[in-house]
Design a protein around this ligand. Structure first.
Ligand code: NOJ
Length: 970
């Protein structure tokens, strides 16, 4: 209690200091550096050199779909088993585990959407020290060298990636602690394992097991888990571990600040290096508040992946943040590759490069003198436990990588349409009157919005799934009022559950034995918003099923169809825990330590919540769940945001690379708190943030409880008008956003993407992260600097043209142009050759726009052609999947004719929405324009043409959006 009280006081003091204008800085001492994380230090202390590992070529086994071979560490003789799979779609999977571990090591479940289909492997050749395998559809080969062990992957004759070429495979095998070795080895270890496992198979409500039952259980569980291995083999290997030289401090127990991690399994880390010849640009491994293009980590800490609630996070550094996606992309003009390191434990990633620090001139000089080495990036992954399970995504194009990764972990869930609208949040909207007033405010000020959010104060004493009886006595009436305006609400449901015997949720979780346990087998308790709290074990499928059931309308009292969910603090945040999170020696279902599963906790929370929402509607409605913590695969369950940023210009700026990095690894539905969470934004910053947010996938304003109110109309008429305009721009583009999300759902391609994804050979784009593309049609370069008078915009694409969406001015590419800006400027360009659909009538919410007519913006490319598409469905159900109720329309312009046809005949959907206007950018003036529909006589269309801008506007084609037609300019 004292500790938590301390933390609350510290937090309060910190916030006061912050509001008085003190320097923004994370308290670094709360978070470990690599040196303070004993496994990271040990791994990093292994220097590149020749690997102690040797592959035993005689042990090689080739089956239909895999190659297995033993690796032995020549220093301690502990054998590992390496499995190699060629996967369909140009991927390779490498798994390395101990051949005979003392007990099972954690293998990440539930992240992959299925068993990845394999391809045939064949041995092409071998000699005394190597084997050559053909991989994939014959496109790649892999040379495995036995001593020192390494693997080289080639495409044709080109080396594209090497594994362990720097000899940094470090696999800390399970072992017995030296001083306990004299004990009866196998029985001690196995029975400890049983004891932990049994914590979870016993529900308190169950009668205590009889002696016989107990004995039977114990003998069952002590069966060897690895079929080939016997207990004596395990004992023998354990002795090897124990016989090794002095264990390093921190191997069996680690202390950080006031916390001691008991490490009952001792050192268990795994690490491996990958070399990428020809690569100078690497991306991904979110979440970090850093540039899009990752830096080298020599001389500093590696990038850390460990889901943490970092108070006042700092920018431009590799510290861990709320979520982790262990996927790195490597790119050069020739190819794009990906490395997906499937491990949920604390992970650090070192990046080194032989060209780091060299100036462009230096590199050119090397090149001219012919003496320069090939540029190369080396990536080293280090995880605290689990196994090595790594997928090499071989591209070769960026879009191949997205498809490959999506085939493993799934694609972005198609969000309900409303969730792409604007969200109004703060900590907190105080009561029902407040909610009504804010809601009405949007109507009074003619600003569209879709969702109002309730933070933790709405619940009764931070007891989630309840309502404060004084402030929110009539939640259903409140929700009904919103529903009548076709708007939604989101309430927060955090995963820490107040320990309170009067709280039903707590009682049920406790009685079902669903809480995470301490190492001693008690319910784990930590401090969070409600005071003392338990943490449901979301890794347990039964717990998740129960949690999901809590979203049923009769369980979550006061909830309704238009109430959705926000999962916050799910790293999990534990105020009095080590690094503000859960103790690593806490125990989950199956006896796994929190250490093994940490980065998965938040993923599971969102999964169970999203499923609950689906179930409450009988499987009909799509969910909306925002999460702060995430992992690979989280894209399947909803949206993420970048957590507690601040009302500072740099925070506005970094929201772009942070969301771009997430998009690259499958998570498209990303946003940052508009306005900045901490501190009070000056009006200029607030306006600019709305302008940026309107063009990012998840668009929500949110603010800390201590900030002054900042609804859009509180900053004077001029600012209100600017904010209104930004939000309206968002709404006009909703058809485009929805279509972009549909593509992401189908293919895994990011909605918001770096320029290099579309221009993979243009080196200028490789480090750009102050502008980006939405889909493949819009280029956005938001203003993120205070007092900006202009921005430098890079328009890519040799021979391409771009159109300023506001002025319709045509610009030739490639070029870097200086665009003068005013406070109303949001620089956005439409790519010549694209067609974008908009809805331009102003409404209260996205739902009110459902049947509104469309305007098509046809931006002619240099050849006078263009194409685009539009996805339409009911916006909220799964009928598009289950009943084929959708329209996917294709538009194409060539030979002076614009045609509309179906892009997917499998879908059909009835809508009264029609096309009210077609705007053709870059068009000459026709003599006449004709509309043709099957079975109907050709009709003439009215049009206007602006000679100065070459904009041709066709008035009222009045064709249904689902109809086939053509319009010809003559
Ligand atoms: C932390 C979240 O990041 C923030 O958005 C929220 O307002 C507070 N928790 C209170 O729930």
């Amino acid at each position: 209690m004292a500790a938590a009280g301390g933390r609350f006081r510290m937090a309060a003091v910190a916030w006061v200091v912050l509001f008085l204008g003190a320097v923004w800085a994370v308290d670094r001492s709360n978070f470990k550096t690599c040196d303070q994380s004993s496994f990271c230090k040990r791994q990093r202390n292994t220097k590149a050199g020749s690997s102690p590992y040797r592959a035993l070529l005689d042990s090689l086994q080739l089956s239909q779909d895999s190659m297995k071979i033993q690796l032995v560490n020549e220093a301690n003789k502990v054998p590992l088993l390496l499995e190699l799979y060629g996967l369909k779609g140009n991927m390779t999977r490498i798994r390395i585990n101990e051949l005979n571990p003392l007990k099972p090591r954690y293998e990440v479940p539930d992240v992959l959407i299925g068993d990845p289909p394999t391809t045939r492997l064949s041995v092409m050749g071998r000699d005394d020290n190597s084997v050559e395998l053909s991989l994939g559809e014959g496109t790649h080969k892999l040379i495995l060298t036995a001593k020192p062990f390494r693997m080289d992957l080639l495409e044709g004759r080109e080396l594209v990636l090497s594994v362990n070429s720097r000899g940094l495979l470090v696999f800390e095998h399970l072992r017995l602690k030296k001083d306990s070795f004299s004990d009866k080895v196998s029985s001690t270890v196995v029975s400890m394992w049983d004891r932990i496992k049994n914590l979870f198979s016993r529900a308190p409500s169950k009668e205590p097991a009889t002696e016989e039952e107990g004995a039977a259980e114990a003998s069952d569980a002590s069966l060897p888990t690895e079929q080939e291995s016997t207990e004596s083999e395990k004992t023998e290997e354990a002795s090897k571990g124990a016989d090794e030289a002095e264990e390093e401090p921190g191997s069996w127990e680690e202390t950080f600040k006031t916390h001691t991690d008991s490490k009952p399994n001792g050192p268990t880390s795994v690490g491996l290096d990958f070399s990428l010849p020809g690569v100078e640009n690497v991306y991904g491994i979110p979440e970090h508040a850093d540039n899009l293009r990752l830096r080298t980590t020599e001389g500093g800490d590696p990038y850390r992946l460990y889901n943490l609630d970092v108070f006042q996070y700092e920018l431009y550094n590799p510290m861990a943040l709320y979520g982790s996606v262990p996927v790195l992309l490597a790119h050069n003009t020739q190819r794009t590759m990906g490395i997906f390191w499937l491990n949920a434990a604390e992970t650090w990633v070192d990046i080194t490069s032989n060209t780091a620090g060299k100036t462009l001139f230096g590199k050119m000089l090397d090149y001219m003198q012919g003496g320069g080495e090939t540029p190369q990036t080396d990536v080293r992954w280090m995880s605290e436990s689990g196994i090595v399970d790594v997928f090499l995504l071989l591209g070769p194009s960026p879009k191949d990588i997205f498809r490959q990764y999506a085939s493993l972990t799934g694609t972005q869930a198609l969000p309900p349409l409303f969730s792409l609208g604007y969200h109004q949040s703060r900590w907190n909207y105080n009561d029902e009157e407040d909610v009504n007033a804010v809601d009405n405010g949007f109507d009074e000020h003619d600003i569209p919005y879709d969702v109002i959010w309730l933070d933790i104060e709405h619940a009764d004493g931070k007891r989630y799934f309840t309502w404060d009886p004084n402030k929110f006595p009539h939640p259903r009436e409140m929700l009904q009022r919103l529903a009548a305006k076709r708007r939604q609400m989101v309430s927060i449901v955090d995963p820490h559950i107040k320990v309170d015997s009067g709280y039903r949720v707590h009682n049920e979780i406790r009685s079902r034995n669903f809480y995470v346990k301490t190492k001693d087998g008690n319910d784990y308790e930590g401090w969070c918003w409600p005071g003392s709290a338990g943490y449901p074990d979301f890794t347990n499928p039964e717990m998740r099923a129960w949690w999901s059931s809590m979203f049923a309308y009769d369980q979550y009292e006061g909830s309704m169809e238009n109430l959705y969910t926000w999962n916050d603090m799910n790293e999990p945040s534990v105020f009095n825990g080590p690094e503000v999170t859960m103790h690593k020696d806490a125990v989950h279902q199956g006896g796994w330590e929190h250490r093994d599963i940490h980065n998965l906790y938040g993923f599971y929370v969102q999964m169970a919540t999203a499923l609950g929402q689906v179930q409450r509607s009988g499987g009909v409605e799509r969910p909306f769940v925002l999460t702060r913590a995430f992992f690979a695969g989280s894209q399947r369950y909803g949206a993420v945001w970048t957590g507690d940023n601040a009302a500072e210009w740099d925070h506005l700026k970094i929201s772009i690379p942070m969301c771009l990095s997430l998009g690259l690894v499958g998570i498209s539905f990303c946003g940052a708190d508009v306005g900045g969470f901490f501190k009070n934004p000056e009006p200029e910053l607030l306006v600019r943030w709305y302008q940026v947010g309107a063009y990012q996938p998840f668009f929500r304003a949110h603010a800390h409880v201590d900030t002054t109110r900042r609804e859009p109309w509180l900053f004077g008429e001029d600012n209100e008008a600017l904010i209104r305009d930004a939000i309206r721009q968002r709404y006009a583009l909703l058809p485009f956003w929805y279509t972009a999300f549909y593509h992401s759902y189908r293919t895994g391609e990011p909605v918001m993407r770096p320029l290099w994804v579309e221009y993979p050979q243009d080196v200028t784009t490789f480090s750009i992260d102050d502008q980006y593309l939405l889909g493949d049609a819009l280029l956005v370069h938001p203003v993120t600097a205070q007092g900006a008078r202009g921005v430098q915009v890079y328009l890519p694409g040799k021979g391409e043209v771009w159109y300023d969406v506001h002025t319709h001015q045509k610009l030739h590419a490639p070029q870097t142009l200086y665009l003068t800006v005013t406070m109303s400027s949001i620089p956005v360009y439409q790519r010549g050759g694209s067609i974008v659909a908009r809805k331009e009538r102003v409404r209260r919410s996205s739902d009110c726009m459902q049947n509104d007519p469309y305007t098509l913006y046809v931006a002619l490319g240099p050849q006078g052609t263009a194409k685009g598409d539009l996805y339409v469905d009911d916006g909220h159900t799964y009928n598009f999947e289950t009943k084929g109720q959708y329209l996917h329309r294709r538009f194409s312009f060539s030979g002076n004719t614009l045609t509309a046809s179906s892009a997917d005949p499998k879908g059909s959907y009835e809508t009264s929405a029609w096309i009210e206007r077609v705007v053709i950018l870059g068009a000459g003036k026709p003599a006449a324009v004709f509309l043709k529909q099957a079975g109907v006589a050709e009709t003439r269309l009215d049009f206007t043409h602006e000679a100065e801008t070459s904009v041709l506007t066709l008035r009222k084609p009045a064709v249904n959006i689902g109809a086939d037609w053509s319009i010809s300019l003559r």
